[in-house]
Design a protein around this ligand. Sequence first.
Ligand code: NAI
Length: 462
Amino acid sequence: MSNDYIVKDIALAEFGRKELDIAETEMPGLMALREEYGAEKPLKGARIVGSLHMTIQTAVLIETLVDLGADVRWASCNIFSTQDHAAAAIAASGVPVFAIKGQSLEEHWDYLDRSFLFEDGPNLILDDGGDATLYILLGARAEAGEEIIPVPGSEEEVAIKAQIKKRMEASPGWFTKMRDQIKGVSEETTTGVHRLYDLQKNGQLPFPAINVNDSVTKSKFDNKYGCKESLVDGIRRATDTMMAGKVAVVLGYGDVGKGSAASLSGAGARVKVTEADPICALQAAMDGFEVVLLEDVVSDADIFITTTGNKDVIRIEHMREMKDMAIVGNIGHFDNEIQVAALKNHKWTNIKEQVDMIEMPNGHRLILLSEGRLLNLGNATGHPSFVMSASFTNQVLAQMELWLRGNEYDNQVYILPKKLDEKVARLHLAKIGVKLTQLDKEQADYIGVPQDGPFKPEHYRY
Ligand code: NAI
């Protein structure tokens, strides 16, 4: 076994492997791709940098990419989301992985840097939140003499700048070389996809990108049904609080907000929602949730969860108004939804890993989960395997598309064709006993679709 890895404890590999074996039974999409393409090895020659939560489910994704012929190096995209036994199992299998639950921000960027260190450099990126893409593009801009301002004022800015400087000193021209040999990126999440469309808009996208998030079988399942299971799981593992009867505020009612509100409401909490978009606000109201302003409910609610992908959603003035022992957490991609930095000069008492109690000037205490980082992965183990199978089947199809036909694409952001989206769904039906009705020829003609799909026009919203 090579020692080209950084994990918490390689001895956890056996435990990781046992959980991997179980996860495989719940990930029919990925296993079907292994069955379909394992012999053919369509990803032979692909050298993939992965920057995505190093969980058990991700381990099944990695082993699928390897089974299809790819060389892979991996880092986690969040400092708290790694499952150390999953990382150990992957390292023990010979795939270089750099991820420890609770790694520092400096380590986050250092590990990401290490995941690029293939002998001949990588040629594909598989990203979640856009950090791997950002790292290379900012570095290349710095090499061109431009000033780099990633996330103004944040801790992250200091850490990424330091890492870029280190790499520039060690290997002049490295970022530009990396950028130029990347054939494309597939992006997992809403926040990373926003970054890609921004790059496209500004003419700064240097390679084709596939937006995996907006496959229907990703965002309408992982973001929604995934959070429906994993949000309450995170709150319970962190606090063991009684959910039933509590007043919970879900900030944002997009896909993640819908799953989060359903999660809390399913656990018996009385859920209120805040929204900026009138369509989503109307959906929340008609789903039976009171739609409120945070200011109006902040002193009465027990649990606050941000799901917006936006910044400064829960601000210091809100936290000053919260009741004693209010629970505050975020399930959006980045930690800037809650103004955690503004709490730094308060008294913090660490309760256990990823759970802190913070004393406010008026004596009230707040329970802050995962320091404001996505709590379903920080305080629990993220989404269940089955829903991640749908997401990751899209990821593998996207990587194959970029590797096999990337040259036919412009430097723009693309979504996988509906036919593949339907294929991903199809691969998950048998596992849960779904029987699909077959349209006869007359019926298919009557509604104007081919008998074997696609069943909906592009503009259909599900
Ligand atoms: P979305 O765009 O569907 O929903 C976000 C919603 O927040 C929108 O409806 C928007 O109008 C609303 N919003 C924005 N600013 C607001 C504010 N100040 N107050 C109230 N509402 C506001 O995005 P989606 O897919 O729901 O993703 C949300 C975040 O969650 C992203 O950062 C995404 O990357 C992340 N994510 C996290 C997952 C996890 O497992 N923790 C899984 C999938 C996505």
